[in-house]
Design a binder for this molecule. Sequence first.
Ligand SMILES: O=C(O)C(=O)C[C@]1(C(=O)O)C=C[C@@H](O)C=C1
Length: 248
Amino acid sequence: NGVTLESVRQSLIRQEDTIIFSLIERARFPTNSPTYNESYVSTPTFSGTLVHFVVKEAEALQAKAGRYANPEEHPFFPDNLPPSVVPPYNFTEVLHPPAASINISKDIWDMYFKKLLQLFVAPGDDGNYASTAASDLVCLQALSRRIHYGKLVAEVKFRESPGEYEPAIRAKDRDALMKLLTFESVEEAVKKRVAKKAMVFGKEVTLNNDDNKGKYKVDPSVVSRLYGDWIMPLTKLVQVEYLLRRLD
Ligand SMILES: O=C(O)C(=O)C[C@]1(C(=O)O)C=C[C@@H](O)C=C1
């Protein structure tokens, strides 16, 4: 089949649009801390935060609709998901089967709530907790898809030069694998491009030509930082995990 490093990079570039728009949508709301406070939700059947509740219930619904039959999708709460009600689609098998056991959703969840959110959301409370949780869900799913896409990136890299990767895989040498799969110049380009996209997508659009006064819906330098400090490192972690299992 026709996956190349070029084509997977094109997909990562396209996914930047989705991620940046999702951040812009979340940034419409202030922090809204009750969304993340366990004492806010009261039901005898669920204990946890509102965002946990919304993500779990949304995943149950989407599981029924077949979302997780796609190897590119990874639920945050994989335990006890209901079965799909739709017939299976025959997705082409590109990944090495042990890939299915890799799910770093927990790390993505922690990164998003403990690190990212406070960097691009203004403090405050406007009562829109349900919409806030719904926006978080969209961000989390976009980030998860991008980060787990590292499986495919790693597969393509392995296929292009198995001889380079095999010794490091056999030696279980994570540092060597990390070096092999890293392209500094690509990472620099990603950071610049996402900042530029944040400028373009996050501009106020008016009919006059008034300039934007340097105001954007999410700070372009923050988007660049999210990618450099969190999104790309987790994508690389997925690549290392994948490669370590590539010869199993
Ligand atoms: O483009 C690649 O080669 C990737 O592996 C993707 C990615 C990224 O996450 O954007 C990760 C590691 C590389 O150093 C460069 C970029």
